[in-house]
Ligand binder design. Structure first.
Ligand SMILES: [Zn+2]
Length: 250
């Protein structure tokens, strides 16, 4: 287990950011109830449970897991939460098929190896492997959240923001009441494979459609948010439209 007290930070009223070993996840609180947004690698399952305890809750308080996208570092603990506690999980209708592994849009081991002459990529790949990055994380129980826009009827009332590109059904979640946006991997602020810091896109080889991933930034720039909670890298404070400009500039 690696998550400790200072890895769980309350960033707004009822919004907790959790820094896992290689990926972030988030907890939205409404009274006793929680929404978990993303669920780490398979090897992060104990850390997910530990982070819930560090917010003063029980894992049974998690009403649902919302999945930004179905990569192994975000879907990891979803199947185990369902098996152990019956926790439902929701994603964009397109991403649901990905979560059920009706198709796979994830960087392959040979594709990673092709980039592993870069020391940071090689080091990250080893750590990802140890966390279960190549394990089968399929989650047949994932359901589509209701289409039509607007806040979901879940703790924290997250509003889906379609951000396809990294995967076809990638979704960010906005919390208009808190001025917060959870960007998943559509906009990150750092990644172990890169020395860059600050708002950025992930390296192109991680994305199903890198051009579409750039275009998806428009949807984030339109939001009125000044706290950016990315899938990877530290919390970013400042208008999301400025973060988008910086990511586009790179
Ligand atoms: Zn990721």
């Amino acid at each position: 287990m690696t998550v400790r007290t200072d890895d769980v930070v309350q960033v707004a009223d009822g919004v907790y950011a959790v820094r896992g070993a290689l990926v972030n996840w988030y907890l939205l609180e409404d009274g006793r109830d929680l929404t978990l947004v993303d669920a780490g690698y398979p090897g992060d399952a104990d850390d997910v449970a530990a982070s819930v305890a560090l917010t003063g809750h029980r894992v049974e308080d998690v009403r649902a897991v919302l999945v930004t996208h179905a990569h192994a570092d975000h879907l990891g603990a979803v199947a185990r939460l369902h098996a152990a506690h019956g926790t439902p999980a929701y994603a964009d209708p397109v991403e649901v098929r990905h979560a059920r592994r009706e198709h796979l849009e994830q960087v392959t081991v040979p594709e990673v190896l092709a980039h592993s002459w870069r020391p940071r990529v090689a080091a990250w790949a080893l750590r990802a492997l140890r966390r279960g990055g190549t394990r089968d994380v399929r989650a047949a129980h994932v359901l589509p959240f209701p289409a039509g826009g607007g806040a979901l009827d879940l703790p924290g009332g997250p509003v889906p923001v379609p951000t396809p590109g990294h995967t076809s059904g990638h979704t960010a979640f906005s919390l208009p009441w808190a001025g917060v946006v959870l960007t998943g991997d559509a906009l990150v602020t750092g990644h172990p494979t890169s020395a860059r810091r600050g708002p950025q896109l992930l390296p192109g080889f991680f994305s199903a459609d890198p051009e579409q991933a750039v275009a998806a930034l428009d949807g984030l720039a339109r939001l009125d948010a000044d706290v950016v909670l990315p899938g990877h890298g530290p919390v970013h404070r400042g208008p999301v439209r400025d973060a988008v400009l910086r990511a586009r500039d790179r």
